[in-house]
Design a protein around this ligand. Structure first.
Ligand code: SF4
Ligand code: SF4
Length: 262
C-alpha cells in the first residue's frame, strides 16, 4: 500500500525532507552543456521539488553524489594522521531503477570484495534512496533486457503523473516523517516494461573476453580523458594522490580521485 499526494503537497513533503536530509536528484544546469548555449542534466543538491528532471536521462551518473570526483580521505603531518570527517548531514538521492541497480554493483565492489571500504560504508549508511518510476522508456534505454527496469529494495518509491504522485515508503525514518501526508491507496509501483532497444545477453561469457580484439582496438584509441568513468554509474576505478602543502611540505592530505580507463 502507498499514498497519493497532490503536486502542491509534494513541495511541502520536499521541504519536510530537506529538514532531515540534503536532497539530491537530476536537475538542469543551464548553459553548461558540451556545446555553447546547451544545458546539461546532472545530479546536484535540489532546492525545490519542481527542479527534478523526470523525462530526460541524466548526462552524468548519480555516482558523483556518493563518491566525489576528488575526495580527501585523510590529513597527515610528519608524525600523525587524521581521517577526514564524513558528510555532516544525511543524504536522500532521487534516482531511476537502472541507477539503483548500479548501486548494487558499487556495493559489491566496495563492501563485498575483500576488506570493506571504510569511506564508502560511512557514506552508504548515511544515505537513503528514492526510486523514480519511469513513465515511459527513454531513448536508447535497454533496462528490460538487463532486468534493471524494476527494483524493490528502495527506501522510497515515487511516480509522477497528471494526478500528482504515488509514493511508497519502506524506510522507517521516512515513514515517521511523512506518515501524515497523502491518502492511502491500493496502487502498485509502476516500472517500464518495454524498451525500443533490445540487447541479447550471452548465457556465459568467457573470462578472457577482455582480450577480445574489439576491446584491444577500443583500448588503443583511449586518450585517458576519463569521460567513461563520469558517465558509467558502475565504474569504481580510482587512484590516490598525496598533496603536500606549499607552506609546510611535511604536511598534506591524501585524496581519492576518479581514474580514467586506460
Ligand atoms: S527506462 Fe529503464 S534505463 Fe531508462 S531511465 Fe528508466 S529505468 Fe533507466
Ligand atoms: S578515458 Fe574512457 S571515454 Fe576517454 S577515451 Fe578512454 S575509454 Fe574513451
Amino acid at each position: 500500500m502507498g499514498k497519493r499526494v497532490s503536486s502542491d503537497e509534494m513541495q511541502n513533503i520536499f521541504e519536510i525532507l530537506q529538514k532531515s536530509y540534503d536532497v539530491y536528484g537530476p536537475k538542469i544546469y543551464q548553459g553548461t552543456g558540451c556545446f555553447s548555449d546547451t544545458d546539461v542534466v546532472r545530479y546536484g543538491l535540489l532546492n525545490s521539488w519542481e527542479e527534478i528532471v523526470w523525462n530526460q536521462k541524466s548526462d552524468y551518473s548519480f555516482k558523483e553524489v556518493l563518491l566525489p570526483i576528488s575526495e580527501t580521505i585523510l590529513y597527515f603531518t610528519e608524525n600523525e594522521m587524521k581521517t577526514a570527517d564524513g558528510a555532516a548531514r544525511q543524504r536522500l538521492i532521487f534516482l531511476k531503477s537502472c541507477d539503483f541497480h548500479a548501486l548494487k554493483r558499487l556495493d559489491d565492489m566496495y563492501l563485498k570484495n575483500g576488506v570493506e571500504d571504510y569511506y564508502y560504508r560511512r557514506m552508504r549508511e548515511n544515505t537513503v534512496f528514492a526510486v523514480m518510476g519511469c513513465k515511459e522508456s527513454g531513448k536508447n534505454c535497454f533496462c528490460v533486457s538487463m532486468g534493471t527496469n524494476r527494483c524493490e529494495e528502495y527506501d522510497m518509491y515515487i511516480f509522477q503523473d497528471e494526478n500528482g504522485c504515488y509514493m511508497e515508503l519502506k524506510c522507517r525514518e521516512l515513514e515517521e516523517l511523512l506518515w501524515d501526508y497523502g491518502q492511502n491507496v491500493q496502487e502498485k509501483p509502476i516500472f517500464v516494461e518495454n524498451n525500443e532497444v533490445h540487447v541479447e545477453v550471452p548465457e556465459k561469457l568467457p573470462n578472457i573476453i577482455h582480450q577480445d580484439s574489439m576491446w584491444q582496438e577500443y583500448g588503443s584509441r583511449c586518450i585517458g580523458c576519463g569521460r567513461c568513468n563520469f558517465v558509467c554509474p558502475t565504474c569504481t576505478c580510482f587512484t590516490m594522490q598525496d598533496i603536500f602543502y606549499k607552506d609546510n611540505p611535511k604536511a598534506g592530505e591524501r585524496r581519492r580521485v576518479w581514474l580514467p580507463a586506460r
